[in-house]
Design a protein around this ligand. Structure first.
Ligand code: F6P
Length: 342
């Protein structure tokens, strides 16, 4: 049986107004994991308990929600996790949640547990699931952007993005050593299903000769002159960065280079390594701020929004806008990558 509701929070100097009358919140992580998710969970749990609320952790994302995998979390349950990659709550991509029946089961579990609001840490797929839960069943939801892809409108950065860039950059630096020693072309694929944010940052910070991103459909043939030119200038090897979402990926680009120039080319697909590891400080801080803000948002009566950070501070964006509106890559940085690749 679900535990009883906690008494009303007592007032103290830290207590925030709670016009929404929130007493119990649930939190889950969903979709691809991202470094910093644990810091966000910790922030939700500690903010909630400090405000006199009860916090329920849902394991395995929406899959665990409709199966009733819930338990109460206290401040000590989230000790020693701020530095850990992955997510202590586990995560999943749920097929059942895409059905109205699955969402109805999940909503009933939340009602049985007396949950007044759900905080979903994840990316656009997870926010779709959260949006429909609120639309169909009236359960207040708040999104916290957690994805390495940084592809959500409504926040300058997403939790996990900074760490993923550092991880990929470390690999690029190492591949440059071996590439230069063998005088080879290295085509390196980084994650980013629909977005080139990681690719662009890594290309500029890694001194790449060229970068291919899904946001620009420039033909792959343009790279042939770039690598020929590199050889003519006496460069010992070249680094080409390709976002996973660019048509054909790194393999397609490498095949075009070998076929068009005959130069020795190697492909390195960095893959899921970019999702692991201890979060860098920027991800921990972002996650801590957003986790705290998500709890306050529910208490203030906000619903169906994602909390994000921009230059002006905290942002609240309707969940559907986070995937309907597009966050473009920095065109200025894209231009800079080109300028510096000579
Ligand atoms: O959304 C984050 C992400 O890491 C994408 O960059 C990548 O395309 C996808 O997840 C991989 O998903 P999975 O873990 O299901 O293979």
């Amino acid at each position: 049986m679900p535990p009883e509701l906690a008494p009303e929070p007592t007032s103290d100097s830290c207590a925030r107004p709670n016009p929404a009358g929130i007493r119990r919140v649930a939190v889950l992580t969903s979709g691809g994991d991202a470094p910093g998710m644990n810091a966000a969970i910790r922030a939700v749990v500690r903010t909630g308990t400090q405000q006199g609320l009860e916090v329920v952790g849902v394991r395995r994302g929406f899959s665990g929600l409709h199966r009733g995998e819930l338990s109460l979390l206290g401040a000590r349950d989230v000790a020693n996790i701020i530095q850990r990659g992955g997510t202590i709550l586990l995560t999943a991509r749920s097929r059942t949640w895409r059905t109205p029946e699955g969402r109805a089961r999940g909503a009933q579990v939340l009602r049985d547990w007396g949950v007044d609001g759900l905080i979903v840490i994840g990316g656009d797929g997870s926010f779709h699931g959260a949006h429909f839960l609120q639309e169909e069943h009236g359960i207040p939801v708040i999104g916290v952007p957690g994805t390495i892809d940084n592809d959500l409108y409504g926040t300058d950065h997403t939790i996990g993005y900074f760490t993923a860039v550092e991880t990929a950059l470390d690999a690029v630096d190492k591949l440059r050593d071996t590439g230069a020693s063998h005088e080879r072309i290295f085509v390196i694929e980084v994650m980013g299903r629909h977005a080139g944010h990681i690719a662009l940052d890594v290309a500029v910070a890694g001194g790449a000769e060229e970068v291919f991103i899904p946001e620009d459909s420039k033909p792959v043939s343009g790279v042939l002159d770039i690598v020929r030119d590199s050889v003519a200038k006496g460069k010992r090897g070249s680094i080409i960065i390709v976002a996973e979402g660019y048509p054909g990926g790194a393999t397609g680009v490498a095949e075009a280079i070998e076929a068009g120039t005959g130069l020795e080319t190697r492909v390195s697909i960095l893959g899921h390594i970019q999702r692991g590891g201890s979060p860098v400080s920027s991800d921990r801080i972002l996650a801590s701020r957003l986790g705290e803000a998500a709890v306050y948002a529910l208490m203030e009566g906000r619903r169906g929004v994602m909390v994000g950070r921009g230059a002006s501070g905290m942002l609240y964006t309707p969940l559907h806008e986070t995937w309907e509106k597009r966050k473009d890559v920095s065109r200025d940085l894209y231009r800079c990558a080109k300028t510096l690749s000579v």
